[in-house]
Design a protein around this ligand. Structure first.
Ligand code: MG
Length: 373
């Protein structure tokens, strides 16, 4: 957390423990004017007393980690279906990688690392089984009722489908974190909580998470593709980013080159972003979070390569086709047999249409649970 990076230089009494109010004070002293402050978290839907030790964003992060939806991410597809192998990324390890990158980037830019961490851990909570194929299948199946997209579904999960204390308030996260989860496209008419409409601009920490999401999947998908033998080193050597990393580490060892690619992308993100801070900073200027033009071009080259050679490879497409067919079949089955949807699910989703309820239930399933149905 924030104190971990700065408290040694500001705490006048090193033996004193830090309370939430001290951490909030540290945020005020050390974060840039454009950072989100946990003290100004925008409230919770159900009012609560603040925690004595943790800031509001740290508390949100902990609720996300303890949620059922977060635990399910370990059995959800990143690129390989979750039952393919023990060493490939799952949605959970992907989320952990994003969180670590977003946290470090936020610290370097004097933005709020606790907010970045919470948002990163939650950014894929709404992913259905079988990744983007599952997402597009569900989007088709509920197209007439606001469609489906994982970021919108994440918001529905934290607001409605998780029930931490039986009060039907979801995880009761802060408004700042809830707004951050809406970064990206939301289908017209998707049933979001009304207090999130119209959608305001997300805090700048959400933009960091969005870019670190890309850094994470570009780098780890390259690594997973090589590990699986679907990509060949001789081919990836043609990529400018690979060549840059290889020349920096001076070895052909794949693990080191992969690690260097992450370092190049994160360092570039920090060095190319503009976050005014210091006594003369213009507090009306919104920070700009961005990569350099050169790295943007190299990242696009890597993405095009992965799309062509990895995401569209026969082995991946065959697996995904199985998932797509299973979701379509199970959707129809549950529409005909709604009594098979658990009572808790029906209670939390009450007021929703039958199709939305089936969609919520299916989206929450892990790959292996879906395949066992
Ligand atoms: Mg992601």
């Amino acid at each position: 957390m924030l104190a971990g990076c700065v408290y040694t230089c500001i705490d006048p009494q090193p033996m004193t423990w830090l309370r939430r109010k001290d951490l909030e004070e540290l945020e005020l002293q050390h974060l840039a004017p454009g950072a989100a402050l946990s003290r100004q978290h925008g409230g919770r839907r159900i009012e609560e007393e603040e925690d004595p030790l943790r800031t509001a964003f740290q508390r949100d992060r902990d609720r996300i980690i303890h949620s059922t939806a977060f635990r399910r991410l370990q059995h959800k597809t990143q690129v390989f279906t979750a039952h393919t192998g023990d060493h490939f990324r799952s949605r959970m390890t992907h989320s952990l990688e994003v969180s670590q990158m977003a946290r470090n980037t936020a610290i370097a830019l004097r933005l709020n690392p606790d907010l970045a961490e919470a948002v990163a851990l939650a950014h894929d909570l709404g992913h259905p089984p079988f990744g983007h194929v599952g997402e597009s299948m569900l989007n088709e199946l509920v197209a007439d009722e606001g469609g489906f997209r994982h970021n919108a579904q994440g918001s529905r999960i934290v607001d409605l489908l998780e029930d931490r204390d039986g009060k039907e308030g979801g995880l009761n996260l802060t408004t700042t974190v809830r707004r951050s989860l809406l970064k990206g496209v939301i289908p017209e008419g998707f049933p979001l909580s009304p207090d999130l409409l119209p959608r305001p601009a997300p805090p700048v920490e959400a933009v960091i998470v969005d870019l670190c999401d890309k850094v994470a999947y570009l780098s780890h998908d390259l690594d997973d593709g090589l590990r699986a033998g679907l990509l060949q080193v001789d081919d990836v050597k043609t990529l400018a980013l690979w060549q840059q990393a290889e020349s920096r580490v001076g070895t052909e060892r794949v693990a080191q080159i992969h690690s260097e690619i992450v370092a190049i992308l994160v360092q570039d993100l920090v060095e190319s972003s503009v976050v005014p801070h210091g006594p003369d900073a213009d507090i009306t200027t919104r920070p700009v979070i961005q990569h350099s033009d050169a790295i943007t071009v190299r990242s696009q080259e890597l993405l095009a390569f992965l799309r062509d050679r990895f995401y569209q490879s026969k082995r991946i497409l065959d697996d995904m086709e199985v998932g797509r067919a299973k979701i379509r079949h199970q959707f129809a089955h549950l529409m005909d047999n709604p009594e098979q949807i658990p009572d808790t699910m029906r209670r939390r989703g009450r007021g929703s249409s039958a199709r939305r309820l089936v969609c919520d239930y299916l989206a929450g399933m892990t790959d292996r649970f879906l395949m066992s149905q």
